[in-house]
Design a protein around this ligand. Structure first.
Ligand code: PRX
Length: 658
């Protein structure tokens, strides 16, 4: 008998059927699963037909040399033409592409598809005049302003691969990416607005250029958008203002076609150790799957929907589900510059009410922070326009799912929990809002045309009701092609764990429930081993979050003389729970025991004001393990707020129990 790979602890009986009207008019119906199963390549070829190709492919998939895939081999297209011009040519030039909402409450700008065509064409002409052409790497380091999207599309238009570096990253992080990517030019701005104040960006670019230069790579030019008007150092040999070269450029530009496998962009993702990995995405397969999944999973109706994804364009979600997927589908969307709570805590809900947003896509970390504040804040706004809600980035705890559906979605809207990664490029596992009866906390099944499974240590699929490793068993169009400049690292990182089976291993643990539906249980690196049982962090966290006083929880395993590891929990209480009252730790611990069982009962519970998170909102359990094991806290440079660990360490004596 093989040892259990990962325990299945939580059971969920609630179900939400698709609304009848939505189901009847859904873009994708249940038959898609059968169609894709019968002819997977034919299914993706039909999805690719939704785009405009200047030269049709000769072969759908070349998987002759795994794990190096080629999709739509021999095909040619222009991504920017597909995202912009073809909508204008189809007579939709007056449709708003982007409702941009500035953080300062009085700033807003509506950009139609015709405007977008002119802006992208100008930017493409300007980049060309600065010496950027096909194959020249360009870095983009910007706040959430329309010019960031113009810049991305302008690069795509001229075949210059881009890398967008999140505007909250440091000069060091930017510098190492400039060097690795061999960026010839950086597009940036003087600064951006965050919580009402202007913060500078350009100085970090100046410093990053020096860092890159010391490592042996010189960045030639820096194109600077004026956003805040703050003073910036300007080197006339290098720096050039956007308004000088872009605004005066011609709004006409004829797009060239590029090979389906031409590099579109590189997105750096920090590995658990060592230098960031440059995940390469290419042209035809990427755009096909982004556009198709966006239309499928959000049941997008471009004529009537107003879509809003709250991600930053510096992450993959911003690439696939703000820029490439939605624009390829010709949607109207909201782009918001600021944070959810500025100038006041109801800002997001106000925007939904103002713009009549119908489809909303955000992350569990945001949902849980709103749960903490209480429902009075969203309740003040009319959000009856919403019809579909999406979640991405982390497992959504069943209780957070219910809150999202009930408080934000008025108990009408399906919630789609979408699992995917920077590496997958597009959504892989998700319910379909017009087909699937949703289960709170489950990402349900692989989308049509995608094959995922949960396997044990030997790579054998686990039976229903068991946990293991989440793997992808066949290539997919938007898959990463390699790690930029490092094919061997690509093979080692993703394809070596289950080499014999030829599976892509995503790094996540998951379970198949009794119905065979998938539940992502978090990173396998975070799994705890308690008395020989391998417990996932997610299920215990979800049990804690189901307590009415709890908004958010993170659990880790700490060395224990008796059980190998013991569960230690860090908990944020809801605001209306105050300090939780005397005996809160025991109350929560007993709650976990009744929800899951004695095996999962935390040895210690710490009530904390915040949790350490990366800038994209993921909890850094590694640091919490250091606290739980009373070690010095490790590297905190990737934290969104580095003071949080001091707060947590300082509070660690409170609320503990045996
Ligand atoms: O652990 C999974 C988690 O986020 C990881 C991918 O992170 P990143 O590359 O930054 O991309 C985030 C946006 C796609 C995954 O390996 N993750 C993402 N979505 C989910 C999730 N975990 C559970 N459920 C999800 N829906």
């Amino acid at each position: 008998m093989t040892e259990e790979t990962l325990s299945n602890l939580l059971h969920e009986n609630r179900r939400f059927e698709p609304p009848a009207e939505l189901a009847a008019a859904a873009n994708v119906k249940a038959s898609a699963y059968d169609d894709a199963a019968a002819d997977r390549e034919g299914f993706w070829a039909a999805a690719a037909e939704r785009l405009a190709w200047t030269k049709k492919w000769d072969r759908v998939l070349d998987w002759d040399n795994p794990p190096f895939a080629k999709w739509f081999v021999g095909g040619e297209l222009n991504v920017a033409y597909n995202c912009v011009d073809r909508h204008v040519e189809a007579g939709n030039g007056d449709r708003v592409a982007i409702h941009w909402v500035g953080e300062p409450a009085d700033e807003a700008r509506d950009i139609t598809y015709a405007d977008l065509q002119a802006e992208v064409s100008r930017a493409a002409n300007a980049l060309t005049s600065l010496g950027i052409g096909k194959g020249d790497p360009v870095a983009i380091y910007m706040p959430m302003i329309p010019e960031a999207i113009f810049a991305m599309l302008a690069c795509a238009r001229i075949g210059a691969p881009h890398t967008v570096v999140f505007g909250g990253f440091s000069a060091e992080a930017l510098g190492s990416r400039l060097e690795d990517f061999k960026a010839k030019l950086v597009v940036t701005s003087d600064g951006g607005y965050r919580r009402g104040t202007a913060s500078a960006l350009k100085p970090a670019v100046d410093e990053a250029r020096q860092i890159s230069s010391r490592a042996g790579h010189d960045v030639g030019r820096v194109l600077v958008v004026r956003r805040t008007g703050q003073e910036v150092a300007f080197d006339e040999d290098v720096d050039v203002w956007w308004h000088d070269v872009v605004d005066s450029a011609s709004p006409e530009h004829t797009p060239e076609s590029f090979d389906s496998e031409h590099p579109l962009f590189v997105m750096y993702t920090s590995g658990t150790t060592g230098k960031p990995k440059g995940i390469l995405h290419t042209t035809g397969g990427y755009l096909t799957q982004c556009a198709f999944t966006h239309w499928e999973v959000f049941d997008l109706k471009p004529e009537t929907d107003v879509y809003w994804c709250t991600a930053d364009i510096g992450w993959i979600t911003g690439h696939s589900y703000i820029v490439y997927g939605p624009l390829a589908n010709g949607v109207t969307q909201v782009l918001y510059e600021g944070t959810p709570d500025s100038p006041e805590r109801g800002r997001w809900w106000q925007i939904i009410a103002d713009k009549k947003v119908t489809v909303f896509y955000t992350a569990p970390t945001a949902i849980r922070s709103f749960m903490k504040q209480g429902r009075e804040i969203p309740d003040r706004h009319d959000m009856s326009s919403l019809r579909i809600l999406g979640s991405v980035g982390e497992p959504i705890n069943p209780e957070a799912y219910i809150w999202y559906r009930l408080v934000i979605g008025g108990d009408r809207t399906p919630v789609v929990d979408t699992w995917w990664q920077t590496e997958t490029g597009a959504i892989m596992i998700s319910p379909l809002p017009g087909v699937t009866a949703g289960k709170p906390g489950s990402a349900m099944t692989a989308l049509p045309g995608v094959s995922a499974d949960v396997v044990n240590d030997e790579g054998v699929p686990v039976p229903h009701g068991s946990g293991g490793y989440l793997v992808l068993t066949s290539p997919w169009p938007s898959m990463l092609r390699t790690i930029w400049g490092d094919d061997q690292r690509y093979i080692d990182t993703y394809w070596s764990r289950f080499r014999d089976q030829g599976f892509y291993f995503a790094g996540d643990g998951a379970k198949k429930d009794e119905d065979g539906d998938l539940w992502v249980l978090g990173r396998v690196d975070d799994v705890m081993n308690v008395s020989g049982h391998r417990l996932s962090t997610t299920e215990i966290e979800s049990a804690l979050v189901s307590h009415p006083k709890v908004a958010e929880a993170a659990v880790v395993g700490a060395t224990d003389p008796d059980t190998g590891q013991a569960v230690v929990a860090f908990v944020i209480l809801r605001e209306n729970a105050g300090d939780g009252g005397e005996g809160i730790a025991k109350e929560l611990s007993d709650h976990v025991r009744t929800q899951i069982g004695p095996i999962a009962k935390p040895r210690q519970i710490m009530i904390v004001p915040e949790l350490p998170k990366t800038r994209s909102g993921k909890i850094m359990r590694r640091l919490l393990r250091d606290v739980a094991e009373k070690r010095e806290v490790g590297d905190t440079t990737t934290l969104a707020d580095s003071t949080i660990m001091e707060l947590i360490s300082a509070g660690q004596a409170t609320s503990t129990e045996d």
